[in-house]
Design a protein around this ligand. Structure first.
Ligand SMILES: NC(=O)c1ccc[n+]([C@@H]2O[C@H](COP(=O)([O-])OP(=O)(O)OC[C@H]3O[C@@H](n4cnc5c(N)ncnc54)[C@H](O)[C@@H]3O)[C@@H](O)[C@H]2O)c1
Length: 324
């Protein structure tokens, strides 16, 4: 059993990971400032209200929990907002991560770190992406994540900090038992937006471009079920606790789905016809982003268990009953 500090555990992905860790018998503590998260999602383990931007609060929780592992989800994570307000992103993501890693270095230097990175670090590249590609993020959000990966690599080199960075593709779906699921305000992700539209036809739905160089003209993305993401975190943590070296892994399914494929599946799952508007493509939006996930399969033995159908089904069950 490990003592695990889940930083940002009141958010969408962190809450699902906290649930799995607790189920597996680990001692879970969530630390979150609730800036974009929700107290009702932080129901696994004990809860500590505080911000990674406040060195005193970070130090206090590390001293209290004495973690063996720290899972770091806390961030601002909306690309459009990062373009409009980059200062917030450099502050929360970069300065916040620095506060967290520095406090860990001083107070829990043996704690293993799992960091939530993103495929946005690759930038406007296309096709099946593997971890050896150069990182060329095209927006402030992606740049902050790249900087944090670099900070971890430097800390690892100089102070022997051990970490895994997981570059998520499109996290989606909800807990199979229906206890938790995706909640972002505003919601920018495709699947919950389409489902919101199925529930409330007055909800405005825009599709960004139908002339991309893809078979049906809409963008292709790699959707990964949040429960498969949670399983990867558990494996990454066990790998580090068993002496694994610092490393970086893509976390996607290696399968792409187009916006129109997802839309059709939402229509058949919800048994409702969706109303949407096709608008211009977003600048710098790559036509297709799909993970090469062979490295995580090889090193951590991880494989996705869910497909797009189970993603949409679980998300639809959740959205109909989630707190509003
Ligand atoms: N959702 C995705 O598809 C996706 C894809 C790639 C990467 N990621 C990364 O995964 C992580 C989690 O994403 P999510 O969708 O669960 O987001 P989320 O907004 O639901 O969760 C983030 C959590 O961090 C907390 N937080 C933010 N600033 C904080 C601070 N200063 N101190 C303490 N807590 C703070 C928020 O309150 C929230 O509970 C993020 O780092 C994000 O960049 C997400």
């Amino acid at each position: 059993m490990a003592k695990v500090l889940v930083v940002g555990g009141a958010g969408y992905i962190g809450s699902h990971v906290a649930k799995l860790l607790q189920k597996k018998g680990h001692q879970v503590s969530v630390f979150d400032d609730l800036s974009t998260g929700f107290r009702e999602l932080a129901k696994y383990g004990d809860f500590h209200l505080g911000s990674i931007l406040d060195p005193q609060e970070v130090r206090a929780v590390i001293k209290q929990v004495a973690p063996d592992a720290v899972l770091h989800f806390a961030a601002r994570a909306a690309v459009g907002e990062s373009v409009e307000n980059p200062s917030l992103y450099y502050e929360v993501n970069v300065a916040g991560s620095y506060q967290l890693f520095s406090a860990l270095r001083e107070l829990a230097p043996k704690a293993k770190i799992i960091f939530s990175s993103t495929c946005a670090v690759y930038g406007a590249v296309e096709g099946r992406l593997n971890e050896t590609l150069p990182l060329n993020p095209v927006n402030p959000y992606g740049r902050t994540k790249k900087m944090i990966e670099e900070m971890l690599a430097d800390f690892s080199h100089a102070y022997d900090t051990r970490y895994v960075s997981l570059r998520y593709f499109n996290a989606s779906g909800a807990d199979a038992e229906g206890e938790i699921g995706e909640m972002h305000n505003p919601e920018t992700h495709l699947i919950p937006r389409l489902l919101e539209n199925a529930l409330d036809p007055s909800f405005e739905m825009k599709i960004f471009g139908d002339k991309h160089a893809t078979p049906d003209g809409s963008c292709i993305r790699d959707y990964i079920h949040v429960e498969d993401l949670a399983d990867a975190h558990l494996r990454a943590m066990e790998y580090l606790l068993n002496g694994g070296k610092s490393d970086v892994f893509n976390l996607g399914t290696a399968k792409g789905s187009s916006v129109f494929e997802v839309l059709k599946l939402v229509e058949s799952t919800s048994e409702r016809k969706l109303k949407y508007q096709i608008v211009g493509a977003r600048a710098g939006d790559p036509p297709a982003l799909i993970a090469d996930s062979s490295k995580i399969e090889r090193v951590l033995g991880w494989k996705p268990k869910n497909d797009l159908k189970s993603i949409v089904h679980s998300a639809w069950s959740w959205i109909q009953k989630r707190p509003r």
